[in-house]
Design a protein around this ligand. Structure first.
Ligand SMILES: Nc1nc2c(ncn2[C@@H]2O[C@H](COP(=O)(O)OP(=O)(O)OP(=O)(O)O)[C@@H](O)[C@H]2O)c(=O)[nH]1
Ligand SMILES: [Mg+2]
Length: 468
């Protein structure tokens, strides 16, 4: 893992308290690990296990008898010591491996507290790692996401973030901003000295626009990043009776939705989850988009529109066994300008209009599928992956932005750079763009947590589980 201790050593604050918590989940298992971090971690562990830190090589496990605070035997186990600063938290860390009975774990944790430790708060180990410069805020988030990832691909993305992927993209940008700020300030200070040329405006503009471009690429990576972290919503849309529900059932591999030949069967939306080659997907079947007098169906259509508005991708279905009509075109107008795939369903039936055009495009470009026989499903899945994770290889090599927090900070930086551009364009004194560029750099410092406010840090770390 990338160590950022130098960047943020000023943040270091010594934690007086020694904390203790199980590092393994609650419940019975082969083993459970109790972790201690802080100035007393070694001495408390020594009292509990009899393993002297000085008499035993660091970072290796040593067999021991575990005792409670009164010295009574509780278990046989293993102990290991990780001295500061080469530990997860950057402090002295001791691990005691016990047999996996929650009662034993609670007993030994209590004994540790009797000897001077206190129970750790949620995320407190990670928070200390962050405070001690072992990782930046995006890496801490990556750690949290790695533990929570629902698919292997999500886990890989979280791992890249944990290893410093976002930090590696953002830190050099901030350096470039600070360097530009210095140059701009220099041109103010020396503006009355004739032999020092101020930075030409064109060069300033060029540098600012390069920075903006890189930031906008990072912001765009959120499209894939948030899908990897939270999963994508894919909505199935189209007029009544085109086979939306049957397609949902086909893709989920179960009879989830009611399918009938009666138009208007689906009134409410319903959904199921699937993994699309590792991309977590929530697939939503919606009520057919049509004007109707029936208040129940009308409410269903309204909800469908809401789902469509927030979906990452829409699968728009036509019934390939009949000519498309105005209703299809009106419904299509609702998805046309959002990410969507056009599908011609019921390919098992004879097609009436092979050369038909729809909404200005040849229907030949539409994917031909049959929810009934499964024909065209592989091509459909491949197309969905292409839409949800464009440039799959390239994007997945990097660590995309995964949270709105990242995007908000990057947008703040872009806005500041735009102000700088404007100031330069208006020929204002260089101190104005210099201040704007500095503000952009500060926004990136917020992203990595260098200057994150306490509430932000609390919100992030308290969402971690105890022992993390
Ligand atoms: N032959 C054939 N029939 C299909 C196919 N897909 C759906 N159908 C039939 O078309 C009719 C409508 O299917 P549904 O899945 O209920 O259609 P829907 O779009 O969900 O309809 P609403 O819920 O009313 O909006 C049913 O009789 C299905 O069996 C297909 O690929 N081939
Ligand atoms: Mg339906």
């Amino acid at each position: 893992m990338r160590d950022v201790s130098e960047d943020r050593s000023q943040r270091h604050r010594s934690n007086e308290a020694t904390i203790v918590a199980p590092a393994t989940p609650a419940g019975a298992g082969a083993i459970s690990i109790l972790r201690l971090s802080g100035p007393e971690a070694f001495s408390i562990s020594f009292r509990l296990t009899g393993v002297a830190p000085s008499g035993h090589p660091f970072r290796t496990l040593c067999r021991c008898t575990v005792r409670d605070a009164s010295g009574a035997e509780v278990d046989t186990g293993l102990a290991a010591y990780f001295p500061a600063p080469n530990s997860f938290t950057g402090e002295d860390v001791a691990e005691i491996h016990l047999h996996g009975n929650p009662l034993l774990v609670a007993e030994v944790a209590e004994a540790a507290c009797a000897l001077g430790a206190r129970p750790a708060e949620p995320g407190e180990f990670s928070r200390r790692a962050f405070e001690n410069g072992k990782m930046d805020l995006t890496q801490a988030e990556g750690l949290c996401d790695l533990i929570a990832a629902k698919t292997a691909l999500s886990a890989r993305a979280a791992l890249r973030q944990l290893k410093g992927g976002i930090l590696d993209a953002v830190a050099p940008l901030r350096e470039r901003m600070l360097a530009l700020q210095v140059l701009l300030e220099a041109s103010i200070d020396f503006s009355d000295e004739e032999d020092i040329a101020p930075l030409p405006t064109t060069q300033v503009k060029e540098r600012v626009s390069e920075l903006k471009l890189t930031l906008s690429r990072l912001i765009a990576s959120y499209n894939v990043g948030h899908i990897l972290r939270e999963g994508a919503t894919v909505a199935i849309a189209g007029v009544a009776n085109v086979g939306k529900s049957r397609l949902l059932n086909r893709l989920l591999g179960e009879e989830r939705a009611i399918v009938t030949e009666i138009p208007g069967t689906t009134r409410d939306y319903l959904s199921g989850e699937l993994s699309l080659q590792g991309i977590p997907v929530r697939l939503v079947d919606t009520a057919g988009l049509r004007e109707t007098e029936d208040p129940v169906e009308r409410e269903g259509v309204r909800r469908s529109r809401e789902i469509l508005a927030e979906a990452d991708l829409a699968l728009f279905l036509l019934d390939g066994s009949r000519r498309s009509h105005d209703g299809d075109r009106r419904a299509y107008a609702e998805v046309e300008h959002r990410p969507h795939l056009l599908l011609r369903n019921k390919s098992d039936l004879p097609s009436l209009e092979a050369g038909e055009r729809f909404a200005g495009q040849g229907l030949r470009g539409a994917l031909s599928v049959s929810a009934k026989t499964g024909e065209g499903m592989e091509a459909l899945l491949a197309a969905m992956i292409r839409e949800l994770a464009p440039g799959e290889g390239a994007v997945f090599e990097e660590a995309p932005m995964t949270r709105l927090r990242h995007v908000a900070a990057a947008r703040k930086a872009v806005a500041a750079l735009e102000r700088a551009e404007k100031a330069v364009g208006e020929g204002l004194s260089m101190e104005f763009p210099a201040a704007d560029v500095r503000e952009a750099a500060l926004a990136l410092s917020e992203l990595t947590g260098e200057i994150a406010p306490e509430e932000v840090l609390c919100a992030i770390f308290s969402s971690f589980c105890i022992g993390k």
